[in-house]
Write a protein that binds this ligand. Sequence first.
Ligand code: GLA
Length: 669
Amino acid sequence: MWPDSLAFGGDYNPDQWPEDVWNEDISLMRAAGVNLVTIGVFAWSIIEPEAGRYDFSWLDRVIDTLHAGGIGVDLATATATPPPWLIAGHPEIKPVTADGVRLEFGSRQGYCPSSPIFRDHAVALVRELADRYGTHPAVRLWHISNEYGDHITECFCDVSQEHFRRWLAERYGTVGALNDAWGTRHWGQVYGSIDQIPAPRRMPGPANPSHLLDWRRFSSDALLELLRAETSVLRDVTPNVPVTTNFMSMFYSLDYWRFAAELDVVTDDAYPDPADPHAHLDAARNYDLMRSLGRRKPWLLLEQAPSAVSWRPINVPKRPGIMRLGSYQAIARGSDGALFFQWRAPRFGSELHHSTMLPAAGTETRIFREITVLGTELAAIDEVAGTRITADAAIILDWDNWWALDADESMPSVLMRWRAALQPFYRALYHAGVTIDFVRPDDDLAEYRLVVAPNSYLLREADANRWNAYVAAGGTLLVGPFSGVVNGDAHAHCGGAPGPLADLLGVRVDEAWPLAENASAAIDIAGSVDTATIWTEWLRAADADVVGAYTGGVLDGLPALTRKKHGAGSAWYVSYLPVDAGPVCDLVLAACGIVPAPDGIERVERSDGTTSYLFLLNHGDTAVDAAAPVGEDLITGAVSAGQLRLPPRGVAIVRHGAAAAAATRGDNR
Ligand code: GLA
């Protein structure tokens, strides 16, 4: 069982059903190939109906029944929704918005992350669960809370404000150090004591950007403290059961690097919008991030929708084949399985209209048929479990930068946001067939031929020094616009942008030149025209080759795209936000010797070092003859001799490499 095999299953809520349905569930799960279910996510009020009185009887029976059916359990710590008795006894647990509104009970996850009362009760529940089930053979994974930061990412109550002040005192030591770090001389904010510092509730005008940046750091850390409180109990009582908490893909409010460091396995809930023709591009990006967060070990797609969700304004279903294709896409990018929200269609509640593995209409349905096909297929390709992915290129992702760029209310353009900066670069590399890891700004970059910083508005000098060393050692660095502007405290780098990258890139930014909404600018790159949106800069190439120049408009003739060589390495600067970063990326890829494979097929290779599995995914509506290595398609058994026909929304997994070749010769001992 996982992690030695691929996991298949989903959230299971037997507590919402009479027990006579459970046996039918188990036999249908077995028919569909389910081997792992997540249980108890929102069950606190059922497990502990009043303070300190626990009722585990139903959970005992559920876990035993699943175990008898050969189905493993991802057991939730059930702390995602505090029970009504806890809220009634301690209404101060209810979170408060920036406008001072206290949010009422009646939905889910309605707790103040800083509440010691909530935390103490949660930890007590976790200990009970760990003591009772930690050695149960069905329990494969602890599922801590649920989607930290879903619904409530920050709380502005007095308890949170006190917590924020403690966090600041620990970070800065003295109010003087804080005043310096926040630049409080601006607009007359010099504090006399840390006790005077407010949570950044609604203010008359723009807040101090350093205050906002620390508030974002603190709010992420406040939820991280809850995760740590739960993991420490579990590690203490059940050190052999791995722990996870389900992430929400590329999520602004939490520094997932810090969260992932607490986990044994990274898991993700992925809900690409079937109405968005580019959804698979963002999904690929999110899956690359999950793999990277887990230090490139296999991760797990813990939730996805079999078809439509119920929380968008309009919930378009997944066409036939999309659920299967999306599941393989996650596996191609390192997931050791595919799980869903949720198993059986509910009879009540807020998620009545969300698709399920087993629809209300039963087993003779399109969805159940597709689920069963996928479950059967995954059971036959277990050998890919545990294999790894090697990437040639890396993209730098720093939550501090994301927060500094997106939270500041007084920027040159509200359109210049981290996701907007990332998107053209990720998509261009995806279309070129380049596999990408995400890395932190202080990670070791040596193994990558190309490193891209789509935007590094906030850049610490120490990180810039590492990037200098990477290029000096022969690496290729591509830096996107509006980078090297502020330091880790959100103070401007003296001398202007790109700050500590100025010598490496050989450029100076005279002036940020954001474009009006829907305006564009043209850039001439060796005779072909590239288009900028949102952002351009008045740039000087002090000591760099000009590869592309603005053409027309106020910036006509000024450098737009530059390169500075450093021995075998080179540092590129693109001073605008390209609508399509393809032309820029093509030049940079050629310079660092990465050969693009732009045939419209998504290709990712997983390998155990000897045998390799090339995943080929056709997201298009027409069949494609795709180049493929000599080997066997794990799904169909067809042998590829250099080419494979992929039907619309088709998938192939070609096993190749030394061990695979030996296996087809029959001498694999
Ligand atoms: C999230 C939650 C689930 C469920 C799904 C619905 O991922 O974790 O409990 O609400 O969304 O899409």
